[in-house]
Design a protein around this ligand. Sequence first.
Ligand SMILES: [Zn+2]
Length: 829
Amino acid sequence: MPALQRTEARTRARLLQVHGYTIDLDLTRGGTVFGCTTVIRFGSAEAGADTFLDLRPQTLHRAVLNGTELDPAALDGNRLPLTGLLAENELLLETDQNYSSTGEGLHRYTDPADGAVYLYATCGPDLASLVFPCFDQPDLKAPLTISATAPADWTVLANGAGKRVAEGRWEFEPTLPISTYLFTVVAGPLHSVYSEHDGIPLGLHGRRALAADLDREAAELFEVTRQSFDRLHQLFDQRYPFGRYDQAFVPEFNWGAMENPGCVVFAEEMLFHSAPTEAERAGRAMVVAHEMAHMWFGDLVTLRWWDDIWLNESFAEYLGYRVAAEATRFSNSWSGFAAKRKGWGYDADQRASTHPIAANGLESVAEAMSNFDGISYAKGAAALRQLVAWLGDEAFFAGINEHFARHRFGNAELSEFLDVLAQSSGRDVHAWAESWLRTSGVDTLRLAVSYQEDGETIASAELVPEGSRPHLVGLGVFGLDGDGRPVLRESFAVEVEPGRPTALPQLAGAPRPALLLPNSGDLSWAKIRLDEASWRTVASSLSRIEDPLTRAVLWEHARDLTRDGELPPSAYLDLVAAHLPAEPVDAIVEAVLTYCRLRLMPCLAPADRPAAEARLASVARELMARPEADQGLRLAALKSAIENATGPEQLAELECWLADGVAGAELSASLRWAALLRLVVHGVIGEERIAVELAADPGLTAAEGAARARAALPGAEDKARAWSLLFDPAGGLSNAQLNATAQGFWQSGSEELQRDYVERYFAEIPSAGQRGDMIARSLAGSLFPADRSTPETVALAERTLAEGELTPALRRVLADQVDDLARAARIRG
Ligand SMILES: [Zn+2]
């Protein structure tokens, strides 16, 4: 099926003006399909012109254009040709559409605990035609008038304000003009909580089974929503325009959240069925604010084509962190950005697949999803932070408000945004954008210091940039206090021009500092390299630095050194053992431990991994034993203690935790399944126990936990069963179950068995592309044999990339995995 090309979108946008859609859904036709009757009114700039409509129905019953019946057999793949357009047209379509089990289109989920059915629609970037026939491109905006027939006990939500007009019948007011990818409906026997703020009706919705979670979390969710609205209304001239603001928490969602105007959809994990860490709460607040920022960046003014994803995501990401830090109780949000989120982007920016933040040259919507990556989010947000440091808030927001005023309910692209910013600031924003938005890769800021003969006084110091961008960064100068603790003595701003060292005359004649830190305050996007003496201070005293943001920047720096092969994995583990047990910020603890588990382990030879795991498990136990550790920290540590548990003693302790809980508290369902998984991996328990545990608590967490654990059973028959579930398209696994199965697969099995499956993996993975982007991403991502970091695996993987027939989405995920695998293999040596 051809994916929409930029040139086709341009032609269609020039020709058509869409006045509105009415979309009537029948959600009572059983478990496979739903009915859809769509009427599209649109104008054509050219009488007699031809175009096409996007639709992917199970059955096209009728298509009527301007009173003339069209032949349903004319449907060609996902396109229906429309010929002989009039100046004004009306197109009626009656279709049956398939429900989805992969989170693409209208996803249908049956709760295994009570049999209740829930639906939600995900339409980005080009999935709207899986739900209703449309001209599916972002710059053909139109009002949507949605209605639905549903079972009597259901609630139906959609983009507009709506109500139940009769039993099982829901009608919604027309929306303002929005892009098709922003359509949603959410339906089922939902549990809902309502409130209001500043004239905006608010709603929270989730599955009936999660009613207690939703009720418990409602106060904080509403508070963050209110605070974020207030802050955004201070920053923007344009008020929130879309009427109601519903936030629905849905099962088996592929992303964190989706910014449908008036009805944002979140992954229901954000309702915290298991007790969360503080970092998870902060992360959720950031996502809530991120989606709200999208109501302006993305929904009010929308990218014209998918090469400008940054206009949506970088701004939402930047404002998500900023609003959370400024307006909610999560004032440390930028530390989480430095400790975790930026690493995602730095990794992406150093792979072969890196691309400029903006105008990335994308021609086909088939490749759009691949660019929802660490560059469009983390790097884009960091670049905006740098831009704000350079322009100041006043000019930045004056430009943004002008941008909204010019393009509201329309579309815009990079050049239009730069024009208004240049005007509001009087600065050469186009030149800034050339170096920051239209280039790829990470610059390095290297500190060079020389001392006078006494060895204690700085003779000269300079920042040596490697790369092509200007940077405005802080330089932190740390001394030692009476207890030998590094303390910030002063910090000054340094403007770094590309291509030449920047002298730091402020430091000449100063006594030897304990630590000189470039990019102090983390305002830029750059790797740093410290002078030797500064690194010694980090190695000895990292946990004694008071400022969490500084520690986060330094932990990221250590990770980067390891990634580049400049710090051996064992030395990174030394740093973890020395400093993590004293780290009070759970966002940093989680980021470091997650990095160790997912990325550092493949850099070690298999023979060295058990010792590394034991070391991490003991760090986790030290953290748990700290008397002042708060609940979040304990949870982050407990999770790591479970995931790294190794040897008979620690495994026996897992059994105790399962039976008696930890410190008087029962293990949450997700930790419980993490512990069971570990016991399965080590052959302590088997299928019988999995079945018993699943029967005791058959919810979503358990279903995924059991799928993961079953795939981790070590026997040859177990692996064969898991493999056929993963690769047989008729296996019927939902996106979430497939992902869980993939996560469990490589965690056990004999060397010989694993070697066979590595070969099968690379032989069979190209076929995954035919099963849709989400399945392909899971099989190329979660099932990739990342731990088998040997030259043989790298060679097999590279051959598949070179010779395999791969869809764009599959190729991108696979290429990135191969990049990481090759890096791990090099470090492992
Ligand atoms: Zn977003």
